[in-house]
Design a protein around this ligand. Sequence first.
Ligand SMILES: *[C@@H]1O[C@H](CO)[C@@H](O)[C@H](O)[C@H]1NC(C)=O
Ligand SMILES: *[C@@H]1O[C@H](CO)[C@@H](O)[C@H](O)[C@H]1NC(C)=O
Ligand SMILES: *[C@@H]1O[C@H](CO)[C@@H](O)[C@H](O)[C@H]1NC(C)=O
Ligand SMILES: *[C@@H]1O[C@H](CO)[C@@H](O)[C@H](O)[C@H]1NC(C)=O
Ligand SMILES: *[C@@H]1O[C@H](CO)[C@@H](O)[C@H](O)[C@H]1NC(C)=O
Ligand SMILES: *[C@@H]1O[C@H](CO)[C@@H](O)[C@H](O)[C@H]1NC(C)=O
Length: 369
Amino acid sequence: MALYRSGYRFCRCLALTLILVGVTEVKGQLMWVQLHNGSLGNVTTAAPVPPGRRDAVLGYDVTRNQLILFGGTPGPLNDTWIYNVANNEWREVNTSGAPNPPARYAAVGGVSGGYFYLAMGKGPHDVYYNDVWRLDLAGTERWEMLPVAPQTTPAQQDNSSQPYSPPGRAFTTGGIYVTGSRLYVSLGTNDDMRTKYTFAYDVVSNLWFKEDEGCNLYDPRCPHPRYLHSGVMTGSEEFVVFSGCLSGEGSAGPCPSHDAWRYDGQAKTWTQLDNCPTPRLYGTMAMLPEAEGKRYVALYGGQTNTATIVQTADLAADEVAILDLESGSWTLRQAAPENNMTAVPELRVSAAMATGPDGIFLFGGASYQ
Ligand SMILES: *[C@@H]1O[C@H](CO)[C@@H](O)[C@H](O)[C@H]1NC(C)=O
Ligand SMILES: *[C@@H]1O[C@H](CO)[C@@H](O)[C@H](O)[C@H]1NC(C)=O
Ligand SMILES: *[C@@H]1O[C@H](CO)[C@@H](O)[C@H](O)[C@H]1NC(C)=O
Ligand SMILES: *[C@@H]1O[C@H](CO)[C@@H](O)[C@H](O)[C@H]1NC(C)=O
Ligand SMILES: *[C@@H]1O[C@H](CO)[C@@H](O)[C@H](O)[C@H]1NC(C)=O
Ligand SMILES: *[C@@H]1O[C@H](CO)[C@@H](O)[C@H](O)[C@H]1NC(C)=O
């Protein structure tokens, strides 16, 4: 693990804000447009901008047409920022009036019902959080920590009718869907192990539930334990995961792997989707804006070369992989730069993405070349 972490020290972290457009018509040209270059130039009166970072949580608030950004690394960071899309302006949220989430990265979150949610993640000194927070977007712009029962003991784990409070975790996947009331956390690591479990936090009852136990290593019905995978909520009770690092802890597996899965939270079942030809660690996924009932997920960035696999060809900087949620099949696409950019954005790992009405917003990430 230390191998992947060591890159953080040399993180050349980026602060560009971009939008990937042209995606509602999936056969049309995908295009990157630069919204904000992440630098002030030498204009000292300009609004501040968030420092570059990776493994942050980004959400899009459709009501106020704004992005919300929390945390990430190097740091870890505890800052909260809001990007006003119409004014093309960042501002840091003044969080000094109330407790706010401790610094962390590799957490999950999302915007739902006027709140930006944040859960899990890794803090300084190898702390893995299992707390849940929300930022009130409609009124106070204050953070509030939601109640979480003490972590469940092994004896309590056998009683399936008891709410379950999971141990902290990072490099997991999930978050909350825009119309959802359950915040999902699936797979990931707490450093002792890669986990196969899926949990959901009900933001109305304020209880965690164990959703899915996962399967044993060679069981084909559900994904092998993993972390550093990509994933995204695709419905209020549905998410997908792709690739990640399956090896280690005495149980060999590919790192990165090719496999993709969809979890159905109503049926509580996993469905394996097609393999994607370009497996990776630290990739980022977001849903494309829905058009004519068609639902697609975009997968961007990440790192193909790892300690165990050295590929001859790396990911192309312009590659965007599109997953058709209906058929479970992938298409590799080439995104073009908009004419105010000289080239497509530099290939990056651990960027943050969020779905907007016209495309996918991207912030930050790290160059690893
Ligand atoms: C680039 O062009 C797009 C579309 O014309 C525009 O919305 C955006 O503000 C431009 N970005 C910059 C940094 O000029
Ligand atoms: C970034 O944008 C700012 C403000 O628009 C501008 O002053 C600066 O020159 C730009 N920097 C680069 C590197 O393009
Ligand atoms: C801003 O940068 C430009 C180009 O680098 C330079 O010519 C100009 O003197 C700078 N202005 C200030 C106030 O530093
Ligand atoms: C964020 O962390 C810094 C230390 O890195 C600390 O000084 C500051 O008080 C924290 N901010 C909040 C709002 O908790
Ligand atoms: C931030 O909020 C606190 C408490 O509400 C207030 O005392 C302080 O003046 C605010 N700071 C800024 C820079 O607005
Ligand atoms: C399991 O939990 C339920 C709900 O809290 C409780 O009523 C029941 O007694 C527990 N069963 C056992 C065997 O502990």
